[in-house]
Design a protein around this ligand. Structure first.
Ligand SMILES: [Zn+2]
Ligand SMILES: [Zn+2]
Length: 210
């Protein structure tokens, strides 16, 4: 079976969370609000996700972590070091500002730039793409010709850089120097809204073009 990547749009921020699975296993990218539909779907597939990889630790990407951990005991949560304290800090993960202070157990493993994750559809290379948040990562699979980019790049837009921990210059650098060096045909699966490709955004993104 070829790798399947399924999108679930969760919660008040319409966060894209992805279930990635093939014959060898299953993993999840991000765990937004109200993940019941995603959990039920994974259960119906009859697979057990082994990892939940976080593109970053903003509230809309982590609020469902407790539910996911309860549903799939032993699942390993991966997050970049730069945001390691965020799961336990409602200010940093922005849940306090949203009015629903949220903390959860720390991640099980740190993500490092350049690391390769041997997960279905992969290997998935971890690319540190900070700017929207300091520990933002992109997961890139040459085999699947796919990049899961979190809130760094969107179809016709880019990630917000007005949060206290954001950095506009870093964000633009991450897009220009890292994402726009991926093959143009790479499918871009963002943290919000519809998918796009690297080539499409390189030529027509209104904010960052190459
Ligand atoms: Zn975010
Ligand atoms: Zn988001």
């Amino acid at each position: 079976m070829q790798v399947q990547i399924e999108r679930f749009v969760l919660g008040p921020f319409a966060t894209n969370c992805y279930v990635i699975h093939d014959d060898t296993g299953c993993w999840i990218a991000d765990a937004g609000f109200d993940p019941a539909a995603m959990i039920d779907h994974v259960r119906a597939l009859g697979v057990t996700p082994t990892h939940c990889v976080l593109t970053h630790a903003h509230i809309d990407h982590i609020f469902g972590l407790d539910d996911v951990r309860r549903a799939f005991p032993g699942i390993r949560v991966l997050l970049h070091d730069a945001e390691a304290p965020w799961l336990d800090d409602p200010q940093l993960n922005l849940s306090a500002a949203f009015g629903q202070p949220y903390t959860t157990t720390p991640a099980d493993e740190p993500l490092r730039d350049g690391q390769e994750l041997d997960l279905p559809g992969g290997p998935w290379k971890v690319l540190h793409t900070p700017g929207h948040s300091p520990g933002g990562v992109t997961l890139f699979s040459e085999n699947a010709q796919t990049a899961i980019v979190g809130d760094t790049l969107f179809r016709d837009s880019i990630g917000r850089f007005d949060f206290p921990t954001s950095d506009q210059r870093q964000l633009i650098n991450s897009i220009l120097e890292i994402l726009y060096t991926l093959p143009p045909e790479t499918r871009v699966l963002p943290g919000h809204m519809e998918e796009t490709t690297i080539g499409r955004e390189m030529s027509s993104n209104p904010f960052v073009r190459k």
